[in-house]
Design a protein around this ligand. Structure first.
Ligand SMILES: Cc1cc2nc3c(=O)[nH]c(=O)nc-3n(C[C@H](O)[C@H](O)[C@H](O)COP(=O)(O)OP(=O)(O)OC[C@H]3O[C@@H](n4cnc5c(N)ncnc54)[C@H](O)[C@@H]3O)c2cc1C
Length: 529
């Protein structure tokens, strides 16, 4: 039996018992915290374009909170870009006809009733904002429209107006001319947002909605475990000794000073983001020899650039893969004129390439990269070599589509083979950006089911994990990868938590009236791990 850290030893306010502990501090956690702090969603009575849904809203929802609805019935028959029915339902209400290009008003209104709030805490690494805390480029833009990145009840357009007004004010206060403030392209009402703008919006959202006290940032959670810490008690009515419900024990430490903490909660919500840990190996010769100069995300490459370890005079950066993060890295390198060798397996016209799926009028910068890749391929053909350079600017970009890496040596030489022609090319490189996907690992929970389904099995109407009682999963872990769909998951989870909380409170009231005897020695039984 493990020893328990008492509240006194820990000395942190984290050493408490909480009703709900949310692991994560990104958009999923923020939305759930907003609802659990007593913000209740209602249909605003305005019709949606889906007739079947309209009828159900008219007949069954009306003025009752969306948290009290039969979400399975309401979401039945809806189709869209999420596999989760409640995400589709709420997306239909929040962003009506969004996939047809519409930017219509949300059909959800919110009422604040603090008396309904549930005691909870969100714990996460770094600062608030989740992945957006690390993704802060002022140049790179979201794939989604800005309003799709919104959190409940605070339009991005309002945030943008307020930010512009604040900037104008500060300029006026500094007695500078306001004519210098221009509305940039990406600040169009519905235009896409920069990463930095999304990050600022999330930070501002937490402050504006007085959620700061619910967040403990800069903490790493290391384990969750089911334990019994409360004493058994005598149930007068049924005349039997009863064991109280087990709790979840959450352990972790402060990222800065490494102080450990332990916390108990009835419910745990995993809002930990994309469940990836280990980038898939390339399976090449020299894989481990090149580890010291291989990176697997945008943030690390930005860091190399900021620290001037990667400059326009460096040897080329080898970018492997052609997904969105790879393309974002190309955009970054283009901006800083950092030479790039770009290797990927697919053919340039392959429909699976994400670049071939984005409309050019909405994503002009991605279109420019696509054009560059196309140009490079036609040059390649005429040069009968696999190397070509960007002629459109000073930027040195060499593209190797339908190619694979054979090996990377310790001194930074890469051997590339064209999969069609089998011609191999050797090049010197500075660093490697390996963006070829990651193997999924589910945090904290080990179960054969998690491996089998490549993710957590959840109840799609409550987001509760099938194999773990009182554990919920939100966001990418539950299959909602876009911010636009996160509100549905948070709402379904909150509805379930409110229901269980209400039920437990009424049971407690009954039990308190009946309870006569409690044992003096606290027993501690581990029932699962
Ligand atoms: C570069 C990039 C661009 C994107 N562009 C778009 C876009 O255009 N449109 C869109 O809709 N979506 C986009 N996404 C996806 C979107 O960001 C995610 O869907 C969204 O952030 C998920 O929110 P979340 O709160 O569930 O998870 P996250 O934002 O990932 O937050 C999870 C948090 O939990 C923390 N955490 C995890 N494990 C632990 C632990 N053990 N202890 C403590 N903390 C922990 C993480 O550190 C993180 O802070 C993009 C993602 C990236 C990386």
């Amino acid at each position: 039996m493990n020893t328990i850290t008492t509240n006194d030893q820990c000395g942190l306010d984290l050493c408490k018992r909480k009703e709900v502990v949310i692991i994560g501090n990104g958009p999923s956690a923020i939305i759930l915290s907003y609802i659990l702090s007593g913000h209740i969603p209602y249909w605003n009575g305005c019709p949606v374009s889906n007739d079947y849904l309209n009828i159900k809203l008219e007949q069954y929802v009306k003025d009752t909170s969306l948290l009290e609805q039969d979400l399975e019935f309401l979401s039945d028959g809806l189709e869209g870009r999420s596999r989760n029915p409640v995400s589709l339902l709420i997306d239909n209400l929040l962003h009506p006809d969004a996939d047809l290009g519409a930017h219509l008003q949300s059909k959800i209104k919110w009422r604040h009733d603090p008396s309904l709030s549930i005691d909870h805490i969100c714990i996460g690494r770094g600062g608030v904002g989740g992945v957006w805390n690390k993704t802060t480029s002022k140049q790179l833009q979201t794939i989604s429209m800005a309003d799709w990145m919104e959190l409940p009840n605070y339009p991005m357009s309002t945030f943008r107006q307020q930010r512009r007004a604040a900037r104008c004010n500060s300029l006026t206060n500094n007695q500078e001319t306001t004519t210098t403030t221009t509305t940039t392209n990406n600040e169009n009402q519905f235009g896409r947002a920069t990463y930095d703008e999304v990050h600022s919006y999330y930070i501002h959202y937490v402050k504006r909605n007085r959620l700061t006290n619910y967040f403990r940032n800069g903490y790493e959670i290391t384990s969750i475990e089911r334990v019994c810490i409360d004493a058994p008690y005598y149930d007068d009515v049924n005349e039997e000794i009863r064991t109280p419900q087990p709790l979840w024990e959450i352990r972790g430490y402060n990222e800065q000073d490494k102080t450990p903490f332990v916390l108990h909660a009835k419910y745990v919500v995993l809002a930990t983001g994309t469940p990836q840990k280990i980038t898939r190996p390339l399976g090449i010769i020299g894989e481990s020899a090149s580890q010291s100069f291989t990176y697997t995300n945008l943030h690390d490459i930005e860091d190399l650039i900021n620290k001037k370890r990667l400059t326009n005079n460096s040897k080329p950066l080898l970018v492997v893969g052609c997904g969105l993060t790879a393309v974002d890295i190309l955009l970054l390198c283009q901006q800083y004129l950092i030479p790039v060798l770009h290797v990927f397996r697919r053919a340039i016209d392959d429909h699976e390439l994400v670049l071939n799926q984005l409309p050019a009028n909405i994503f002009p910068e991605y279109e420019r990269i696509r054009e560059l890749i196309r140009q490079s391929t036609s040059t390649t053909t005429s040069m009968s070599s696999s190397v070509s350079s960007s002629s459109s600017s000073q930027w040195s970009y060499q593209c190797y589509p339908q190619s694979e890496i054979i090996s990377i040596t310790e001194d930074g030489t890469v051997h590339i083979r064209n999969l069609r022609t089998h011609i191999t090319t050797d090049c010197d490189i500075s660093f490697v950006a390996k963006l070829t996907g990651a193997d999924v690992t589910i945090p904290f929970l080990s179960s054969s089911n998690t491996k089998k389904y490549n993710g957590l099995q959840i109840n799609p109407y409550t987001y509760e994990c099938i194999d773990y009682e009182n554990v919920y999963a939100l966001g990418p872990l539950a299959g909602d990868k876009l911010v636009r769909f996160l509100q549905g998951g948070a709402l379904a989870c909150a509805a379930s938590l409110f229901k269980k909380h209400r039920q437990a409170s009424s049971n407690n009231n009954n039990n308190n009236n009946n309870r006569r005897l409690s044992f003096s020695v606290t027993s501690r039984i581990r029932v699962a791990s």
